[in-house]
Design a protein around this ligand. Sequence first.
Ligand SMILES: Cc1cc2nc3c(=O)[nH]c(=O)nc-3n(C[C@H](O)[C@H](O)[C@H](O)COP(=O)(O)O)c2cc1C
Length: 247
Amino acid sequence: MGKDIKKILILNGSPRANESTTILVTKAFVDGIVSESKAEVEYINLNDLNIKPCLGCLSCWGRTEGECIIKGDDIEMMKRKILEADIFIESYPLFFFGMPGMMKVFTDRMLSMLKTYRGQKSPVNGESFHGIRNEIVPKFVVITSCAYTEFGPVYEPLIKQYDCICGKNNYLMLFAPQLKTLISLKNEAKIKKHLSKFYDAGKEYALNDLKLSDETYELLKKPPFSEGAYKIFLDNFWKEEKEKGTK
Ligand SMILES: Cc1cc2nc3c(=O)[nH]c(=O)nc-3n(C[C@H](O)[C@H](O)[C@H](O)COP(=O)(O)O)c2cc1C
């Protein structure tokens, strides 16, 4: 499969854009794919785009059939790029158990890519609630970091949201708990080891028909620190931050 991957599009949805730590694991994963495919890669910072919020007019579901009536911003360009890609990756931190606000604005504008709602029943086979308008769409991957250790309950709302929008079987979500702390501690050896897990996973994904084994999936979501050690790091971090404020 690897050699059939021609284009990977990555949308960096962290408001910290070039400072994002999430994008580091995303890059490692993408580099792993590229090592087996030589795919062309394009990174776009959501921060750099002009994306207006959805007006809620539902024209794209009726009058204009798949086209948004908001003209002159970057959504049309993004839709074109998404449909040209073989793999589309959204990379962002977890904010309040969901996606950051600017990612939600972007996601709302994707309504025109979904089929018109005509009273469909809840899907039973892991499909999207609405269905996707285009027959050929890229493989969709979400890579998201968070600060919590107990990331299972923390990610439930986001997973549920993507299950409804895309359908359970139509996307892959990779998690990176405790990532910002790992990066900020500057332990190069530990960071390298952590990123190499994502690189190897990218390789596997490219070679294994754009799928990950359960074993790799579980390995990626394992937090880098024990609960006890992490609590100490966090306490120290906030203490130092507070001290900075008093200087
Ligand atoms: C507004 C806000 C809300 C957040 N909510 C959560 C949360 O619900 N759960 C969590 O584990 N981390 C939460 N975090 C922490 C971020 O997910 C974490 O710092 C992330 O790794 C930063 O990623 P980045 O470096 O790519 O921006 C939140 C951070 C902010 C600023």
